[in-house]
Design a protein around this ligand. Structure first.
Ligand code: CP
Ligand code: NVA
Length: 305
């Protein structure tokens, strides 16, 4: 039984297998075929933070694949009414896969420890693996071979940045983080990257222009993630000079894509001219959450493709 709690759970070969299923299913979807690879399978969504893309793309994915989906709200008492151990063991009796979005990464790790079905991280404070998979799938669609390409992440070393760094390391892309001191990867994460992706080219710098030089993808995310709202003013001050604008995009490769996991705050981490401009791939990127997660569900649950 396979979980996806962080990208440490997948090898490069696993990711390529998920991408291959994704490509096949996306092509069929475009041709009007919604192949029912998972009839009768049930996915539970356990979310304690807001979501548009992750929730709707997972639910739609399971519907397209012929299975069922249950969105579990506060009334199931997750983390409140009974122990995570009891909760996970019982929910596993009913479901084939649980997608969980929680405030603390430890909670999803503990849930998975007690589940006998697959558990997928739908975002925690530390990781957003499904997002990073859809992002690199999108870059492959746009730029072809990913080997040696550079992705520059301008902003906070948050959940999205961490998952992207791991995904890039596994698939052979160079990754550069541009952020102010104090908002960079910690040593424990750098050690993990070095161990899992010894050939990965990871850099961290305060110079956003140097970071995007030669980049094929410029990525940003909100400066203040869900759960950090009380730090908003401090973060706005710290990240003021790390906004993605037209001059910064012009320092990247002329064919560079602009990516953002969304939701975005126009005028903060990115200006409207960039996110709504010709280099932006954010809608294709969001659309691919559906296709990638179909590939992921089919692969995780061992569907015959
Ligand atoms: N990008 C992303 O995960 O969006 P949601 O928070 O809307 O799910
Ligand atoms: N870093 C953001 C991503 C939202 C999809 C957050 O955690 O709020």
């Amino acid at each position: 039984m396979q979980n996806l709690l962080t990208l440490s759970d997948l090898t490069a070969k696993d990711i390529e297998s998920v991408f291959a299923v994704t490509k096949d299913l996306k092509t069929k979807y475009r041709d009007g075929l919604r192949e029912p690879l998972l009839p009768g399978r049930v996915m539970a969504l356990l979310f304690e933070k807001q979501s548009l893309r992750t929730r709707v793309s997972f639910e739609t994915a399971m519907i397209n694949l012929g299975g069922g989906s249950l969105f579990l709200g506060r009334d199931v008492g997750w983390g409140e009414r009974e122990s995570i151990a009891d909760f996970g063991q019982v929910l596993s009796e009913y479901c084939d896969v649980i997608v969980c979005r929680t405030n603390s990464h430890e909670k999803v790790v503990e849930l998975a420890r007690h589940c006998s079905c697959s558990v997928v991280n739908g975002l925690t404070d530390l990781a957003h693996p499904c997002q990073a998979l859809a992002d690199l799938y999108t870059l492959r669609e746009i730029h072809g071979d990913l080997q040696g390409l550079k992705l520059a992440f301008v902003g906070d070393a948050n959940n999205v940045a961490r998952s992207l760094a791991l995904a890039c390391g596994k698939l052979g892309l160079r990754f550069t983080l541009a952020s102010p001191p104090g908002y960079r990867f910690d040593q424990a994460f750098l050690d993990l990257l070095a161990k899992e992706c010894p050939d990965a080219g990871i850099e961290q710098t305060a110079d956003a222009e140097a970071a995007v030089r030669d980049a094929s993808a410029v990525y940003t995310d909100v400066w203040t993630s869900m759960g950090q709202e009380e730090e908003r003013a401090e973060r706005e001050r710290a990240f003021r000079s790390f906004r993605v604008d037209a001059p910064l995009m012009s320092a990247a490769r002329p064919d560079a894509s602009f990516l953002h996991c969304l939701p975005a705050r126009r005028g903060e981490e990115v200006v409207a001219d960039v996110i709504d401009g010709p280099q932006s791939a954010v809608i294709q990127q969001a659309g691919n959450r559906l296709h990638l997660q179909k590939g992921l569900l089919a692969w995780l649950l061992g569907a015959k493709t």
